[in-house]
Design a protein around this ligand. Sequence first.
Ligand SMILES: [Zn+2]
Ligand SMILES: [Zn+2]
Length: 128
Amino acid sequence: MQRRNTYQRTVIYEILRGTDSHPTADWIYEKVKQVIPNISLGTVYRNLRVLKEEGLIIELNDGKQSRFDARTDNHYHFKCTNCERIYDIDKENVVDVDVSALKQSGFSVEKIDITFSGICNICNVGEN
Ligand SMILES: [Zn+2]
Ligand SMILES: [Zn+2]
């Protein structure tokens, strides 16, 4: 049982690592079914939760649905309000956030979680 759970989790993790599209659980479920046909959506959710608890993946919630990301280094996101794609934005590509005022007020910042939203470069050139 334990071994089976580990196998399922590995398959789910590898599928998520193979994409940078920040997919939904439903999308992951469809992919996992191609490898493990009898897996249930509930099992996929459960394994995603464990992977998140283990710090291997992060969950992005846009208020409507959860999206998942196997990239766990500190990076930002851009969400297109037109096509709903989510892009990784490297911190180097945007102005660094100044947390010195927070530090002076006694806050310890461990993570900066920023999601930009707007129209992505693909939608802007009308190729959507
Ligand atoms: Zn777009
Ligand atoms: Zn990401």
